[in-house]
Each structure stands twice: as structure tokens, then as C-alpha cells.
Design a protein around this ligand. Structure first.
Ligand code: NDP
Length: 312
């Protein structure tokens, strides 16, 4: 591979949208897909809130469509992971799968964020069958059902509040004896009659014949008054935080305290000229496919402008 004009790292809605725009702008984009081609959306079931699909669409079908659209405009989509980078001077140097070195004039980082899971085997078993890490994506399927949200931060409170408008009952499973969330969010969940907060409680397992039917919980784990009990639930929502996939860029790219890439104003510019960020990797707030797609568009336009201005 010679020197790449526009390298896009990541294959979620941000990466593919950037590829569509960069392809149509004649930037000959190369997309490095990462370990999960299609990104987080391929793990969700139906997407009903992405404009343009009145009947909804499965996450994997939508990503296939986006991929095909990027291919149509000449994107060169490749398997692989970026394992190290040297952004100390342009053209920027990167290594794929610890063996192949490449160089790029512009880079769009769209590596996304990964929801954190507890690490229970049962979470994998029931993923898409009751286990979710996105209330906005999947909450609709739990209308008039009973769900649980794990976590005590702002995200957990927001997800619980959102779900309380759909579900008949929402448990919050909180490992400490207090919520970490801001006061206003705490008040909101505590005063909501549909939400029951289970403090000092941890999840030990999940059960169900084919789909999720309940959770095995333990209160005051390891203490004298330890108590095990089960709750019957149809949905189990993780809200224990997200981790942006930025470790490999850390030495060069400016990140905030939580590891998200800092972009300048309304642009997708990072602290390094010619390197841009789009999607969840730079989004501490919205984390929606449509927002990520918009970010990919912005990043490709910013890359094009940079290439023109620098006569690359
Ligand atoms: P946080 O890190 O704030 O909270 C994570 C929660 O999950 C904590 O209650 C934590 O428990 C719990 N947790 C973490 N790991 C485990 C585990 N293994 N088992 C059980 N519980 C666990 O993450 P959020 O995603 O809630 O928020 C991230 C940032 O985004 C925060 O700064 C937040 O304020 C901000 N935010 C703001 C919003 C707003 O202002 N509207 C909305 C959403 C997020 P413990 O407390 O015991 O560590």
C-alpha cells in the first residue's frame, strides 16, 4: 500500500459515512475495519430510530448497506487492527496487526466506544435475548415488561428514567449504598414510583429457558447479613460506563479524563493537523448512530479541506 491520502480507522456508522463522503470527494479512502466490522450496531437487534427506515432495520443489515454504499464510491475496506502509531510528523505512520506499516496524509479516527459489561458468562448467553447496553436502542421492546438497569451513575439513572416510560417496572441494581449520579438525576429516579433501587446489590447470574427470565442477585456480599435472592425480569441493561477505544492513540492525541478524543469547536479536528475524530470515540454525550454518521460526514469534509489547503 503506498501513501494513503485518507485513512479511516473504524467501521461503524461514523467510519462508513466518512468513507462515503471521502470516496465521493475522490480522496481514495482506505478503511481499517477493526475487530468488530460494523461496530457496536451489529450487536443490537432492530434499529427503529435511524431516519429513513420506516419499518426499522436490523443493525447488521444497516451496516451492510453502509458498507456497500462506501464500496460503491471506491472505498478500499480492509480487515485489521491498528496496533501502533507514530503521529510525531506528517505523513503519519501506523502499523496494522503489528506487522504491516502504512503512511497516511489524513486520518479519521472512528474507533468508537465499547460499553462495559460485568464480565458474567450469562451476559453473552442472553445478549440480544434480554441483555442490552443501550436503553434508547432496545427499550421499546420492553413495553409493559419488567427490566433492571445495572449501575448508579448518570447513565444508569437516565436509562432507568427512560425505561420507566415504557416498562411496567424498573429495578436499579447498585453495588454501593448510594448513587454516584448528580443530585438532580438521583431525585428523578428516587421519586419515580416505577423505579425500585436495590442498593448494596450485585448480580451473580442470569437465567431463563430461551430468553432472559430473571437475575440471581446478592445483597451485602461477603458480610454477615449477606442475602441471595432472585428477581424476575425480561430485560437486563448494563449502564456501568463506556470505554472509548483510544488506547493506541494516547501518546499523541489529546484525550479528556475519560479517554475520549477532544475535538475543536464544531469541527472534527484533533490537536494534530490532518487527524480528525468522528463518532462515539469523541462523543461523551449522545452515542447515537445518526450522530456518529453526521460526525463521519464532518470528518471527511474536514479532511478534504485539509488536503486541498495543504496541496496534498
Ligand atoms: P459512571 O462511571 O459515572 O458510573 C458508573 C456506575 O456503574 C457507578 O455507579 C459504578 O458503581 C457502576 N459500576 C461500575 N462498574 C461496575 C461493576 N463492575 N458492577 C456494578 N456496578 C458497576 O459512568 P456513567 O456512564 O454513568 O457516566 C459517565 C460520565 O458521563 C459521568 O461523568 C457522568 O456524569 C456523565 N454523564 C452525564 C449525563 C448527564 O449529565 N445528563 C448523562 C450520562 C452520563 P460505583 O459508584 O460503585 O463505582
Amino acid at each position: 500500500m503506498g501513501r494513503i491520502k485518507c485513512l479511516i480507522i473504524g467501521s461503524g456508522p461514523a467510519g462508513y459515512t466518512a468513507a462515503i463522503y471521502a470516496g465521493r470527494a475522490n480522496l481514495s479512502p482506505v478503511v481499517i475495519e477493526g475487530t468488530q466490522p460494523g461496530g457496536q450496531l451489529t450487536t443490537t437487534t432492530d434499529i427503529e430510530n435511524f431516519p429513513g427506515y420506516p419499518q426499522g432495520i436490523s443493525g447488521s443489515d444497516m451496516m451492510e448497506d453502509l458498507r456497500n454504499q462506501a464500496l460503491r464510491f471506491g472505498a478500499d475496506i480492509r480487515r485489521g487492527m491498528i496496533t501502533s502509531v507514530d503521529f510525531s510528523s506528517a505523513p503519519y505512520k501506523l502499523t496494522i496487526d503489528a506487522e504491516k506499516d502504512i503512511e497516511a496524509d489524513t486520518i479519521i479516527i472512528a474507533t468508537g466506544a465499547s460499553a462495559k459489561y460485568l464480565g458474567l458468562e450469562d451476559e453473552n448467553k442472553y445478549r440480544g435475548l434480554g441483555v442490552s447496553a443501550c436503553a434508547t436502542c432496545d427499550g421499546f421492546f420492553y413495553r409493559r415488561k419488567v427490566v433492571a438497569v445495572v449501575g448508579g451513575g448518570d447513565t444508569a439513572c437516565e436509562e432507568a428514567t427512560y425505561l420507566s416510560n415504557l416498562a411496567s417496572k424498573v429495578y436499579m441494581i447498585v453495588r454501593k449504598d448510594y448513587l454516584r449520579a448528580s443530585n438532580i438525576m438521583q431525585e428523578r429516579v428516587k421519586s419515580n414510583p416505577k423505579i425500585e433501587i436495590l442498593f448494596n446489590t450485585q448480580t451473580e447470574g442470569l437465567f431463563g429457558e430461551e430468553v432472559l427470565e430473571g437475575a440471581n442477585l446478592v445483597r451485602f456480599k461477603g458480610e454477615e447479613n449477606e442475602e441471595r435472592f432472585d428477581i424476575a425480569i425480561d430485560g437486563f441493561f448494563l449502564a456501568i460506563g463506556h470505554k472509548p477505544n483510544t488506547d493506541v492513540f494516547k501518546p499523541y492525541i489529546e484525550l479528556n479524563n475519560e479517554g475520549y478524543i477532544i475535538t475543536k469547536g464544531i469541527t472534527s479536528e484533533t490537536n494534530i493537523p490532518g487527524i480528525f475524530a468522528a463518532g462515539d470515540v469523541a462523543d461523551t454525550r449522545y452515542r447515537q448512530a445518526i450522530v456518529a454518521a453526521g460526525g463521519g460526514c464532518k470528518a471527511a469534509m474536514d479532511a478534504e479541506k485539509y488536503i486541498t489547503e495543504n496541496r496534498l
